[in-house]
Design a protein around this ligand. Sequence first.
Ligand SMILES: [Zn+2]
Length: 396
Amino acid sequence: MEGLGIYFLLLIAVIAGWVLGRLSAPGFKAKPRDTNDIFADYFVGLNFLLNDEPDEAIDTFIKALEINSETVETHLALGALLRRRGKVDKAIKVHQALLARPGLDKSFSDSTRLQLAIDYISAGLLDRAERLLKEVLGEGTMAQWEALKHLIIIYQTEKEWHKAINCCSQLLSSINYKRDSEIRAAAAHYCCELAEQSLDEEQNIKAKEQIKKAFTFDRKNVRASLLLAKIEQRLGNYKAAIKELVRIRTNNPEFISQVLGPLAECYEQIHNMPEYEKLLTNTLPEEPDVSVVLALSDLVKNRAGDEAAIEFLNDYLTRKPSLTGLVELLKLQIPRTDAAVSSNLNLLQQMIDKLVRKNPVYQCNHCGYESRSLYWLCPSCQKWDRIKPILEAGGA
Ligand SMILES: [Zn+2]
């Protein structure tokens, strides 16, 4: 019965379209089919619906529909419905039949070509879709903006980053899309993809230019900031790298766990670990994630020994209990307890560790997808920058 309601609505739309067509344009069609034939088709279609055979019903409706200016929209709806049901080949046929109709109104011709392009994308026929969309784009009508959106999807799939960036720039030149944060985010990530390629080829300066371009689309892009910090670090500009990492901490505090590793490396290179400890200590009261506590406990341990680190962790955990923090504390305490207790504590530590490791670390705030690796593009909903670290602020 799933989706049956949609077919009833479709049936009503088909009949309404046809009746309106008859009433408003008598004699419009050169040779209309016999009314009884068409109604017979509708009843056959309705019968298929009642028997829960929507595919057969759709076929019958296609047959019953005559393409005239009143039924074009119904055909478009029917095509989109077929595509959603996975019948892409049938959707393509419906849309191609519409396009082949002589004298099709310009706005309908644009909508049909866009729909056909989406069909081709769904069928994996990206070359055909690209050709059709470029054709619409070249005509410069209002449909060009929709065409650009679909072209971006094609170029993203094909990893044609330069072309994708170019389409984003064109789209952002429109007053309606100028502030579209999703397009800006996507464009910034395409620049990051190019920068990562340059980094792989050891072309640091080129990579830096690509990051600068990413910032023109989205200055707060975490991936671009992380890459810039990496480039600066490679070039030996540790202070510049630190500045960029601190910027991430300020703009996107939830990504603090990504920042701590490179931040520690940079401070180590400039031999200024006390400054690093000071930075973390100052931000600790408002820190949303336990990773800062672990980093600090490590710093305290290296500077003042295990005892001081245990004291620091104890003090913190009594205020904000956390499983990850407890594992760390046990690691420090176990070697200091007698053998009988330590083996039990060891077991406890392993169990908590296992428990913590089972938890997802990242989650998409759009579709809820969870993972243990960070993806900039959500593999489930295909949106950029929606996956965020799950913070363990304490009490977890
Ligand atoms: Zn998602």
